[in-house]
Design a protein around this ligand. Structure first.
Ligand code: SAM
Length: 213
């Protein structure tokens, strides 16, 4: 039996702007092949747009034009590849350890003609101090108390963390108190994105690293 793929919500064109055609091309392929390739679960095709593509794309306005962004644990493309589609003015490093997922991401980058994204195969900790990116994104990789030590050494001084989180984000922040102090994480905020556009809004943990001063 083939699972039906969610019809494109009306908010999609508003969120993706003139990149909607490219996002549609990605959605079609992920919807058709994602489950078979182990990129999304069997329950996901009927909520592909709302739960995955748009949940990722609403982060786009928080990215700075010209910035270098690392997305950690991109998996099937969320949020890093989706953001690379909707923000061609931002450069992305998609960091993912699993070979098959890296092959999928590389195939999509070529197929969709994205010149602003590259895949780096490996775990985030293997790239510590290799980059000094301006912003870091991640979704569904691990809890904040582990995600902060995993990602902080990839950011430049003054760089920003933008992590998509669920309803328990406040509890995660409390549990991460020690890691936040150790890695000099400041300006911690939780942003709610997609209000008035998505039925289920997206929560983002947003914070800066200030090593000096
Ligand atoms: C649950 S999946 C989420 C994938 C995608 N971010 C999403 O939201 O659909 C977690 C991903 O993080 C990757 N991952 C796990 N540990 C990692 C690490 N230390 N560094 C980079 N990626 C990691 C896994 O290989 C996997 O693709």
């Amino acid at each position: 039996m083939t699972t039906s793929i969610e019809l494109e919500p009306t908010a999609a064109a508003e969120i993706a702007g003139d990149r909607i055609g490219v996002l549609r091309a990605f959605a079609d392929d992920l919807g058709r092949r994602g489950e078979e390739l182990g990129l999304i679960g069997p329950l996901e095709p009927p909520r592909l747009w709302t739960r995955h593509l748009l949940n990722s794309a609403v982060l786009a306005p928080l990215l700075v034009s010209g910035a270098r962004v690392a997305d950690i644990g991109t998996g099937g493309g969320m949020p890093g590849l989706v953001l690379a589609i909707v923000r061609p003015d931002v450069r992305f490093l998609l960091i993912e350890p699993m070979e098959r997922r890296c092959a999928w991401l590389t195939e999509q980058i070529e197929r969709l003609g994205l010149e602003n994204a590259e895949v780096r195969r490996g775990r985030a900790e293997e790239f510590h101090d290799a980059f000094e990116v301006d912003q870091i994104t991640a979704r569904a990789v691990t809890a904040l108390r582990k995600l902060i030590p995993l990602t902080a050494p990839l950011l430049r001084d003054g760089g920003e963390m933008l992590f998509l989180k669920g309803a328990s984000v406040q509890e995660e922040i409390e549990a991460a108190a020690k890691a936040l102090r150790k890695h000099r994480v400041t300006d911690v905020a939780v942003e709610e994105l997609g209000i008035g556009q998505l039925d289920e809004t997206t929560r983002v943990f947003r914070a800066k690293i200030v090593r000096h001063g």
